[in-house]
Design a protein around this ligand. Sequence first.
Ligand code: HEM
Length: 537
Amino acid sequence: MVSDAEQAAGAFYGDHGPLCVLAAAVTVLASIFLAAIEYFKPVGKRRAKNGTLPKLPPGPAGVPILGTLATSLKRPPEPPSNPFQQLNSLAQYGEMATVHIGSKTWIFLNSKRVVAEIIAKRGSATNQRTPMPVSSGIISHGDRRTVLMMQEDWAEPRRVMHSLLTGSQMRQYGEWQELESTQMMAEYLLKPELWHRHHYRYANSVVHRIALGERLAKSTRELEDMQNCVNIFVGNIGTSIVDWLPELARLPRWLQPWRPHWERLEQWNFRVYSEWWVPTRDKVLAGTAPPSFVRDTLLHPDTKYKGSDEDAMYVAMQLIEAGSDTTREALNILVMAALEYPEPFAKARAEVDRVCGVGAEARLPTLADMDSLGYIGAMAKEGLRWHPIFNTTPDHAASKDVEFEGYYFPTGVGFVINQVLVCNECENPEAFVPERWMDGHELDITHGLWQFGGGRRICVGYRLAQRSLFINIARLVQSFNFEANGPYNPKILNLESTGEPFPVKVSIRNEHYAKLIMAEAEKAGVVEDAKMARDKL
Ligand code: HEM
């Protein structure tokens, strides 16, 4: 028997059937949407584990689920008159700005003061990375890109890499740095128009020798492959939506249509790495390898890396990647500064002349001159400040809740150094003024400069980088003149380019310096190598 109520319902559905289906569909979609909002809620909007509500600095508004992702992924072109407009605009929120991007929450640190407080003083609680399933996962052969590694995967690579920061091997590395620099001077002399290539060969060869034990003897194709590995890795950091909504990586593989594209890149990268790694590893195993980080730390029985052979390869190769491109770029920046600001370069030359002699009496500067050439140290720091290589540094995520000046940052929030603002936090920031670093710390490249990051994740190569910049700046200002060789925009450095990044005419100071360089190259036994590099390029 049908009740009155059932009869009424039947009549209602009979009359309003399509409307009911629509209402049900809307309800289902709305529920899915609300569930998605909840699921992808940015870390900084979730309650902390102890139930405390986050209290974050102000920042730009975003839309549900994506936050500011649309603008972050597809940045409007920034005008050459104001590059880094977006990072600059975060200054309006004060020393810290909160940005929700997908399900991540990043706190941009806009002043040196808060960087020191959060990244350095609270470093034990801010040394994680937020997950990047594509950049540090798929492209990096499964969470193995040292620079982006999460803490649990990072402790072991960091342990082995730490030897690069300790003093004991610096003397050996220093000899290699001087030798490669002598070759670079000879290359500059023989083929001045390829100045930028010489920077790359130098940087790559030094770190190649430190990591793998041998001087660089790679073909142009192999070198370009390696540079492309870096470009592809760096260029793709954060370009996939999955890096911003890492929860998507938990879907079954067949629901991840983005994977094949990234996996192909990863396979190519793996092949390039293997070409460089396998011969070295085999020599170490056969007992015929020369001294190197791989032989004496990574595969040494006393300090051996506790991971697979593939993991060890990624540690070694990423050292080469992280160390060569950065040094090359820093040298390019100094050349740009030479075009724009001749006075500091004249002053630097006078300083080198005072210490190393002039004309027929001159000798090449060495690393032993460092204490007497503070201005050169200041130039290296000012170059990195004036045109930061990193406009932001990889995030340092909170491994536990962090309280700071009335704010409450829950675990998982990422802290990012806004280098554009931090580097400009000085008088007349547009100008290249090495004098601003002449404060007694000019040879400590991380003092007051955050280009190498900080805290527990600080760059493991910063001492090597400082010495490479020192020796090459000192020698270049001593012997070569730099002039513009065509129009260029000083704000655009084309740092990722393998061709000439901006037009430069390099010339030798005079015949004395040409002779000096060739005599030193002869003594070091690198003349033939310098010529070979010249012929190959
Ligand atoms: C001008 C030169 C360089 C700059 C500006 C630079 C900058 C950086 C920055 C910003 C980081 C991230 C730090 C952080 O998260 O706080 C980093 C990490 C790293 N750098 Fe450098 N770097 C330079 C040269 C080098 C050199 C020469 C090497 C190797 C010989 C190197 C190896 C590494 C490695 C392996 C990491 C990952 C460290 C980790 O996550 O534990 N870098 N670097």
